[in-house]
Design a protein around this ligand. Structure first.
Ligand SMILES: Nc1nc2c(ncn2[C@@H]2O[C@H](COP(=O)(O)OP(=O)(O)OP(=O)(O)O)[C@@H](O)[C@H]2O)c(=O)[nH]1
Ligand SMILES: [Mg+2]
Length: 292
């Protein structure tokens, strides 16, 4: 009998959730950034391992902020906590154990693996000390696994452990599929990633991307997208002097999309202002952040 199930990856912003999933499928599908709060919506990434199909749910980092978009993000993570067969709580090895205690309160002790990421960033002695601190809570987690996505440490151990806890079930998706996310969402995230890479301060957080149209031809796909910002002053910065900044963003985003696609990509970007879009429920809904 095969196994299949949903596994939510939960953790604070920047803990390496999206990187872990990209590493497991060896593709850069999920948005990764050195800046916090990169992921905004749940995204699934599917990994086949032995006789099991693991449907991972990438989530926004758990954080508390007044802004309405941030509240949507928190709601996304809480839905993922409540709606899965197993949780992975991911915390960088350098993080304070208090963050784990906060997660225990939020998740109401749901079944989870405690996974400590970025093992490559701390020496052995300090890592062992940290693990000992977590072991005080060993009746709370199923297993503690230290990993590194960057150095590919313990990733197979992690998958072996996950599938122990999945229910027996026929596969939920075709075994070739690596994400059920539609291609528009994936392109949108790649363009947002280019915004995170190229823009400073608050602009990545106050901007978004709308894919207007995709024209598929035999050897080339044409993608028409809008970058949405909150203020005209941000629009001026995103475009840059003589259009230099938007050109760079476009080149970056196109390369990222071409890595995922077997065709050439032509990317047409336009920058528009929607005043205060991230603070307005109706506008957020129009942009695909649907509160329920
Ligand atoms: N050294 C090291 N860096 C890592 C590792 N995994 C992730 N990172 C880095 O950590 C940063 C954050 O990674 P993300 O995958 O975007 O983190 P996230 O948890 O998805 O963040 P949010 O979406 O904002 O919640 C990036 O700069 C990654 O390159 C790792 O194993 N080792
Ligand atoms: Mg992420």
């Amino acid at each position: 009998m095969n196994k299949a199930g949903f596994v939510s990856i939960i953790g604070r912003p920047n803990s390496g959730k999206s990187t872990l999933l990209n590493t497991l499928i060896n593709e850069q599908i999920a948005l990764v950034s050195h800046k916090v709060n990169a992921t905004r919506k749940r995204m699934n990434i599917i990994v086949m391992h032995n006789n099991a199909q693991i449907v991972f749910i990438d989530t926004p980092g758990i954080h508390h902020k007044e802004k309405i978009l941030n509240q949507f993000m928190l709601q996304e993570s809480i839905k993922a906590i409540n709606d899965c067969d197993l949780i992975i709580f991911l915390a960088p090895i350098t993080d304070n154990v208090d963050n784990y205690i906060n997660f225990l309160n939020l998740s109401k002790n749901k079944k989870h693996l405690l996974v400590l990421s970025k093992m490559d960033t701390l020496n052995r002695e300090k890592s062992i000390n940290k693990i000992i601190q977590y072991e005080k809570y060993k009746d709370k987690y199923l297993t503690l696994i230290p990993i590194s996505s960057a150095k590919h440490i313990n990733l197979k151990v992690l998958l072996d452990e996950i599938i122990k806890y999945l229910p027996e079930s026929p596969y939920l998706y075709d075994t070739e599929v690596i994400s059920t996310q539609n291609i528009r969402e994936i392109y949108k995230e790649k363009i947002r990633e280019a915004l995170f890479d190229n823009l400073n301060q608050e602009i990545p957080y106050q901007s978004d991307v709308i894919i207007k149209k995709i024209q598929e031809k035999k050897t080339i796909d044409k993608i028409y997208a809008e970058i949405v910002v909150e203020k005209d002053s941000q629009r001026v910065i995103v475009i840059g002097k003589n259009g230099k900044s938007i050109k760079n963003i476009g080149i970056h985003a196109r390369k990222k999309i071409e890595q995922l696609s077997d065709k050439k990509i032509l990317l047409k970007l336009e920058v528009i202002t929607k005043k205060g879009w991230s603070k307005n429920k109706k506008q957020l809904k129009e942009m695909g952040y649907d509160f329920s």
